[in-house]
Design a protein around this ligand. Structure first.
Ligand code: HEC
Length: 207
């Protein structure tokens, strides 16, 4: 009788101690989970380091946005003819203002330029050819990034959409084209259809 009683107490003690270790293990696991969770939360809030491609793309997109917004606004308020003059007057100052803001050199260059100042150089022409191939194959072009000893050069295509064709398309209105020709006697930038490579962003900045 006595022995049975002791054995019962012993069994209870084992069960209780097991339960205890179970709960403490659970606690530990919980703490561990919280800790790892905390770390990963912190990791999410830390901004990932931007690549040179990301930086170049940011400069290109913000410049495109400011040019596009002003161009569309002018076309809507004053018409295409007035917008030709707007491009003539404002394309450079607006692009340069973004270059100053980003502390970068920002150019729009083309293999068929309207403004002769925007003629692509040898290297830029090669990149234009590469982007045109991408467009033909229907692949999404990756930006081209070249690193020099202390700088970065970034290239990305500038694509036509239907709006562009008013001034760069196959059938530009005669009065619009007359004005373009008066400002740019050597204009080569017509005959495009939509979704073509009109030129590229050629952007350089310090590392
Ligand atoms: C209202 C007429 C007009 C429209 C619309 C227009 N452009 Fe132009 N574009 C011009 C003029 C004028 C220039 C020359 C600007 C200069 O002197 O820097 C130009 C220059 C450019 C250049 C610089 C290279 C070059 O040829 O000198 C690019 C790239 C360009 N346009 C792309 C576009 C794209 C893409 C669109 C549509 C999203 C577009 N343009 C819509 C009139 C227009």
């Amino acid at each position: 009788m006595n022995r049975k009683y002791y054995m019962l107490i012993f069994a209870c003690a084992v069960i209780v101690s097991c339960k205890n270790s179970e709960t403490s293990e659970l606690k530990e696991a919980e703490i561990e989970f919280e800790e790892t969770n905390k770390v990963s939360k912190e990791e999410i809030t830390i901004e990932p380091e931007k690549s040179y491609a990301d930086i170049g793309m940011e400069y290109a997109i913000s410049t495109k946005a400011i040019l596009g917004k002003n161009l569309i606004g002018t076309i809507q308020q004053k018409g295409t003819l007035a917008a030709v003059e707007f491009c003539n007057m404002a394309a450079y100052p607006l692009t340069d203002s973004m270059a100053v803001k980003h502390n970068a050199k920002i150019k729009r260059v083309s293999d068929k330029p309207r403004n002769p100042r925007n003629q692509a150089n040898e290297l830029e022409l090669q990149h234009i050819a590469k982007f045109k191939e991408d467009f033909l194959l229907g692949v999404n072009p990756d930006p081209i990034v070249e690193e020099t000893s202390n700088g970065v050069r970034f290239y990305y295509p500038i694509e036509t959409n239907t709006m562009c064709l008013q001034c760069h398309g196959k059938s530009v209105a005669p009065e619009v084209y007359k004005s373009i020709k008066a400002l740019y006697p050597k204009d080569e930038a017509i005959g495009y259809i939509e979704n073509e490579v009109r030129g590229i962003w050629s952007i350089s900045f310090d590392k």
